[in-house]
Design a protein around this ligand. Structure first.
Ligand code: G3P
Length: 212
């Protein structure tokens, strides 16, 4: 399973690359706003850090706006993936970009029907949001298991990038479900390394070896 970093913070992304844990990057308008910088400028810098897919999201929601913005984003670097919110005009734009060999991610996916439409439009990736479904007492991971099954049924090549990932349990369940990738906030990366028995074990080894 690939691990993408859900961040627009260049330092976080550099650190994830150094750890060997950056198979891709996802950004969104909220993450870009946190940087206080312009979208195109941040995306260009991230694209230059590693040759991994870098998701850059369009803001407009009309077909014309999405096409214009998406083309501008795609022109920044070869590894840009144009991220487009799930909506009718968005899926028309996905088909437009697929015809031109420009990769897209359909974001804000919350059910199988939306995922099916995104795959049929030619999306390279979808971003189903598990945490936000959990927030409304619906199971985000049940959705992921369904999406994996449906895409397998029809051999769709669209990759499932599990998003709105909030805990190590989400990571484990995404892997068990067979998702192609997860996109995780950098803060979650540290928690993935940790286990109290690992910490206790290291502590004991150090003590027994006379290091403490
Ligand atoms: O990848 C989507 C992510 O940025 C949203 O996460 O925690 O705001 O639902 P969250």
């Amino acid at each position: 399973m690939k691990i993408f970093i859900d961040s627009a913070d260049v330092n976080e992304i550099k650190e994830a690359i150094n750890l060997g844990l950056c198979d891709g990057v996802t950004t969104n308008p909220t993450l870009i706003a946190k940087t206080g910088r312009k979208n195109a400028e941040v995306i260009a810098e991230i694209c230059g850090l590693a040759g991994v897919p870098v998701n850059a999201e369009t803001i407009g929601i009309s077909y014309k706006e999405i096409i214009t913005e998406g083309a501008e984003l795609a022109a920044i670097a070869e590894n840009v993936v144009v991220k487009i919110p799930m909506c009718k005009d968005g899926l028309r734009a996905v088909a437009y970009f697929a015809e031109r060999d420009i990769k897209t991610t359909v974001t804000l996916v919350f059910n199988v029907a939306q995922a099916l439409l995104a795959a049929k439009a030619g999306a390279a990736y979808i971003a189903p949001f598990v945490g936000r479904l959990d927030d409304i007492s619906s199971s985000g991971m049940d959705m992921i298991r369904e999406l994996v099954e449906v895409y397998d049924n029809y051999d769709y090549e669209t990759e499932i990038v599990v998003a709105s990932v909030r805990s190590p349990l989400h990571v484990k369940e995404a892997a068990l479900a067979g998702a192609d990738a997860i996109t995780v906030p950098f803060s979650l990366i540290n928690t993935l390394f940790a286990h109290p028995l690992t910490a206790a074990g290291i502590e004991k080894f150090l003590r027994d070896a006379g290091h403490k």
